[in-house]
Design a protein around this ligand. Structure first.
Ligand code: RTP
Ligand code: MG
Length: 157
């Protein structure tokens, strides 16, 4: 299990092994904050052996969400998505672990629609509504680097 990480100008490392750690962005969306599920969600990642390296409770503004969800701008669901994502505080987090941590997080989240997500996943266990699907996780290593820069520009990429 990785320990806490130390961050230098270039990389993050496991403090016990000094292996490079891989990071991804996770957002506990407004519905999970409202429902008091942040601890449950973060606890699942921590029990898996991933580490929390940065976190901030924040109401996301439409400009930040436009950058974050750039790939979805202009799609039919975009306005509803931004309205939901800005309706209250989100817990924005950087999670660290081994190679391709983004993929570990995504598999633990479950598929986009909670009604169809497998039991045992966060969305499958805790949600039923499409838009209110509790959690965001970067969908690739490139997305993780891009998204971490948006929310935590001070952290080395
Ligand atoms: P996220 O980015 O929030 O982690 O979710 P995701 O990768 O599982 O899904 P994505 O395709 O990136 O979509 C972003 C969010 O937009 C809403 N959505 N609605 N009505 C629709 O067809 C539709 N498609 C996507 C969902 O709330 C999804 O989380
Ligand atoms: Mg996505």
């Amino acid at each position: 299990m990785p320990g806490l990480v130390a961050v230098d100008q270039q990389n993050a490392y496991d403090v016990d092994t000094l292996w490079p750690m891989n990071r991804t962005l996770v957002i506990c969306k407004p519905d999970s904050v409202e429902r008091g599920l942040v601890g449950e969600i973060l606890g699942r990642f921590e029990r898996k052996g991933l580490s929390l390296v940065a976190a901030r409770l924040e109401i996301l503004d439409t400009e930040t969400l436009a950058r974050h969800y750039d790939e979805h701008q202009g799609k039919p669901f975009y306005d509803e998505l931004v309205s939901f994502m800005s309706r209250g505080p989100s817990m924005v987090m950087v999670i660290a672990g081994p190679k391709d941590t983004f993929a570990i997080v995504r598999s633990m989240m479950g598929t986009t629609n909670p009604a169809e997500a497998a039991p045992g996943t966060i969305r499958g266990d805790l949600g039923t509504l499409f838009t209110e699907n509790l959690v965001h996780g970067s969908d690739s290593a490139e997305s993780a680097a891009r998204e971490i820069k948006i929310f935590f520009p001070g952290l080395p990429a």
